[in-house]
Design a binder for this molecule. Structure first.
Ligand SMILES: Nc1ncnc2c1ncn2[C@@H]1O[C@H](COP(=O)(O)OP(=O)(O)OP(=O)(O)O)[C@@H](O)[C@H]1O
Ligand SMILES: [Mg+2]
Length: 266
């Protein structure tokens, strides 16, 4: 399998904190690749570097989704347009907009009318709006929220808000989806249900997923490959059973006193 995303020698410091330190990863097309590590290991920072929110001090991010391959230093909207979408560790929805409107905002990136057509209310405007609406409704349907289209985002239960965020990311028609702790705050049952949902979405939309997750049962059931990070560096990378057996991983988690638990798996 070809890599879809390739990061080489990435580094980023914030003042005296070396958040990312010579980090490299190759994410193969069509898989769910886990990115795990104790709190503060640098996982979210890597997403922020990939998506252009931060600029790396050094290193390179290549995305083979068509178009230009090197995306280091590009603007977030250019990276999104190249086929890379994400969700956030802390849900970022427009609370006072409906579920459907939250998705339509993202989908307008692809709408096919110009400002003059919109201003003059030409037929092409209504046609494009209708198509976008139908597409967004199909996304709501795909994430199991078809009957919630008129609900304000802030009134949706937490698990539904997570699904809505994923639907909004899908509206960008990504090839690679970055999920930052989608099961955060969920209990064991809810997180496993979300895990099943993520697999369905991956297959339905033929996407590759880079997944940050603290729930080890989700990581275990979903990920083909896992990269373990600590202090901004990869400490090990491999299949779930390989990383679980690695003494450096066990030490990183035990040393951190972090919230991740391997349960009885070790
Ligand atoms: N904008 C910033 N300014 C200063 N320091 C930052 C900034 N963003 C991240 N850091 C620091 O970089 C390190 C990595 O943070 P990051 O949020 O990437 O960790 P994480 O692995 O996502 O942790 P968690 O599991 O708690 O979400 C931390 O020491 C954090 O305090
Ligand atoms: Mg984080």
């Amino acid at each position: 399998m070809m890599p879809l995303l390739e990061i080489t020698h990435l580094s980023k410091a914030f003042g005296g904190v070396q958040a990312i330190d010579d980090f490299s990863i190759s994410v193969k097309e069509g898989i769910i690749h886990g990115l795990i590590g104790p709190n503060g290991a640098g996982k979210t920072t890597i997403f922020n570097l990939i998506t252009g929110i931060y600029t790396p001090d050094s290193g390179k991010v290549c995305f083979y989704g068509g178009g230009e391959n090197v995306i280091t230093g590009k603007k977030p909207w250019e990276i999104a347009r190249a086929g890379l979408a994400r969700t956030f560790q802390n849900i970022r929805l427009f609370g006072n907009l409906t579920a459907l409107e939250n998705i339509m905002i993202a989908a307008h990136e692809y709408i096919r009318y110009n400002p003059a057509q919109a201003l003059l209310r030409l037929p092409s405007f209504f046609r494009a709006e209708k198509q976008t609406r139908e597409y967004c409704l199909s996304l709501l349907n795909a994430v199991g929220l078809a009957d919630k289209q008129t609900e304000m985002a802030k009134n949706l239960p937490y698990g539904y808000q997570r699904r809505l965020e994923i639907a909004r990311a899908l509206a960008l028609r990504p090839k690679l989806l970055l999920l930052d702790e989608p099961a955060a705050g969920m209990n064991g049952e809810e997180s496993l249900e979300l895990g099943g949902f993520i697999t369905t979405i991956k297959n339905k939309f033929s996407i590759t997923i880079l997944l940050i997750e603290h729930h080890m049962d989700v990581v275990t059931s979903l990920c083909d490959t896992v990269t373990v990070l600590n202090f901004g560096k990869t400490i090990c990378s491999g299949t779930v059973s390989e990383i679980k057996a690695d003494a450096r991983v066990i030490e990183a988690y035990l040393g951190s006193g972090g919230e991740v638990s391997f349960g009885g798996a070790l």
